[in-house]
Design a protein around this ligand. Structure first.
Ligand SMILES: [Zn+2]
Ligand SMILES: [Zn+2]
Length: 603
């Protein structure tokens, strides 16, 4: 994977003698895979130079993919000047976060209205397709793209690109979820922990580092990271290289050099080594698959490329109990801007009491002072069956983060005062859209490394089909009268099939895997109707081929380690009884015996 920076500046283009080295153009990154797939991330003024280069190098018509993190001007201002958009025969797919109101196309067209620009978006010659993204994963040619909401003043997605056995993550613009972490010190919890998991093991992370810690104190809530936070996240994530980006407009080349040097001094002697540098316009990086990385090419993952269908939000309602007048007004404004109905309660107790009749999409409560009663009440209600449905997200408004107790009690997110309406709006949007998407990834197992050792010791991954395993899937399909049956082994990032019946695929990503859920719970998993199950309804294996409606899987254990499953699937919903689950368990035991026998023979 080859990565080239075309724009590294944040907020405003800043050409001039002081920015010659790191560059004055705003955000734009070009990614090319070995197979020739072209992905452009963000369309700041750097896009102009990239467009010129593509026009010069082209031999045939151009085809590419553009990922836009968010539509703040410094991330889209290059679009009207991107020469390849003006040539008919060229084909472009643009992906950007789905908003709640206006479409991506309308937002982009806005900056090309007559008052701003002589050519309108729909007059450009190339074929341009628009796609709206939420959190999740999708594929473009040989690239798997994963998305995650960042913490910014507009709804913003980070992108994780996996191709050629390497991984790069682009995370700009983003502020620490917990302001404590701006210093780069302290325990990483909650959403910051999830951000960290999004960066996990990346060969390259391109991360917002707009501020230094000293500057940040007066810029809280502006939606940007500190250098210290970016470094701490990448360290915790086990990333190899960190490119600091979104350089502040007033930051000179000398000042950036000094930041990198200071960081080098701070990190000296720390292991594992993390290579930290400041992204410079024109800089090219070749990412190579590491030796330890899984050598398996990501072939035949799915017969058709899939993208996430953005969910529809039906009449979202916000229930809130916030006494602070300013905070309440700010939230009201944020909700109104997105046509979200607001129902107000006088107190936390009242809000929790009316929740059942109101059935809100989201609850916002205020923590005042040392409000132990509210916490106790909250815990009580959250903890009972008839109380708040577990999945209703709850945001706590507070002066200060006293996160631990509330997070433990199940709070989804925080709004720390003071906050702007734009900020509240982004948080609310991200939560509602995330909730509207009914697809959960399986949790990583606690004994993941040990589990993988057991799986790899079997020496079975990527081996050809064998009759003794095919017998088991045939038997499974016949006994359940199911069109599909698998012996699935769950590897670090994929599930690989030793035997398939009725399915012409050798592996899928772990992200979409049903079996990974059985693995993490170490128990049988039966999904009678995926459409009715919030963990699976929007899973691409449900919304696209093979359109799974029914799934039943039983774990295969090697010693104490759960390595895979025997499972059956149908494209129609169905119910099975405990006797049938017993049958599946017997088949899993057979598979386990064959795997062990095979391992012994090979030794
Ligand atoms: Zn920006
Ligand atoms: Zn921005």
């Amino acid at each position: 994977m080859r990565v080239r920076f075309w724009g590294t500046r944040g907020s405003l283009p800043k050409p001039g003698p002081d920015t010659l080295f790191y560059g004055g153009n705003t955000s734009c990154v070009e990614v090319q895979t070995t197979a020739g797939t072209l992905v452009i991330i963000d369309c700041g003024s750097g896009l102009h130079g990239l467009g010129q280069a593509l026009m010069t190098a082209r031999t045939t018509s151009l085809k590419g993919y553009i990922l836009i993190s968010h539509t703040h001007w410094d991330h889209i201002q290059g679009i009207p000047f991107f020469a390849p958009f003006f040539v008919s025969g060229n084909e472009w797919d643009i992906y950007a976060p789905k908003g709640i109101g206006q479409s991506v196309q309308d937002t982009l067209a806005g900056q090309m209205q007559y008052a701003h620009f002589p050519v309108s978006l729909d007059q450009m010659g190339a074929k341009i397709r628009y796609h709206e993204l939420i959190e999740g994963a999708f594929r473009i040619d040989d690239v798997t793209v994963k998305t995650r909401y960042l913490n910014h003043t507009a709804l913003t997605l980070g992108f994780r690109l996996e191709a050629d056995g390497t991984t790069m993550v682009y995370a700009s613009d983003h502020e620490p979820f917990s302001r404590r972490l701006a210093s780069g010190k302290g325990k990483i919890l909650g959403q910051d922990r999830q951000h960290c998991e999004f960066l996990a093991g990346a060969d390259l992370v391109i991360h917002d580092a707009h501020f230094t810690l000293n500057e940040y104190h007066s810029k809280i809530g502006w939606g940007h990271s500190t250098v210290e936070y970016a470094v701490a996240m990448c360290r915790a994530a086990g990333a190899r290289q960190l490119a600091l980006t979104h350089h502040a407009p007033l930051r000179t080349d000398d000042a950036i050099d000094q930041i990198v040097k200071n960081n080098l001094d701070d990190q000296r002697g720390m292991t594992p080594a993390l290579h930290v540098f400041a992204a410079a316009e024109g800089q090219v990086l070749e990412l190579k698959a590491s030796d330890e990385a899984s050598p398996s090419p990501r072939r035949a993952m799915s017969s058709e490329p899939w993208i996430l269908d953005a969910p529809a939000l039906v009449n979202p309602t916000l229930l809130m109990a916030v006494e602070d007048l300013v905070a309440a007004k700010t939230i009201r404004q944020a909700a109104q801007a997105d046509d979200i109905a607001v129902i107000e309660a006088g107190s936390v107790a009242e809000a929790l009491a009316t929740e059942q009749s109101v059935q809100p999409s989201l609850i916002i409560l205020e923590q005042r002072g040392d409000d132990a009663d509210a916490l106790e009440l909250f815990k009580k209600v959250r903890g009972t069956e008839e109380g708040l449905a577990d999945e209703i997200p709850i945001i706590i408004v507070a002066d200060d983060e006293n996160a631990l107790a509330w997070t433990k009690a199940g709070v989804t997110d925080w709004l720390i005062k003071p906050f702007s309406s734009a900020y509240a709006r982004t948080r609310i949007r991200a939560i509602l859209l995330r909730r509207a998407c009914r697809w959960e990834r399986a949790l990583m197992t606690a004994d993941e490394e040990q589990r993988l050792v057991a799986l790899h010791d079997l020496g079975i991954l990527d081996t050809p089909p064998e009759e003794r395993f095919d017998q088991i899937t045939r038997l499974a399909a016949a006994s359940f009268n199911a069109p599909m049956a698998l012996i699935s082994l769950v590897d670090r990032e994929r599930q690989w099939f030793k035997s398939t019946h009725g399915l012409d695929v050798t592996e899928t990503s772990r992200e979409t895997s049903f079996c990974a859920h059985a693995i993490s719970s170490r128990a049988a998993l039966v999904v009678s109707d995926t459409f009715q199950d919030s963990r699976f309804a929007d899973n691409p294996l449900v919304t696209h081929a093979p359109r799974i409606r029914f799934y039943a899987g039983f774990p295969i254990f090697i010693g104490a380690n759960c390595v895979g499953t025997v499972c059956v699937m149908d494209d129609k919903p169905r119910k099975i009884d405990t006797e049938a689950v017993g049958l599946l368990r017997d088949l899993a035991t057979l598979a386990e015996m064959e795997l062990c026998r095979r391992q012994r023979t090979n030794e």
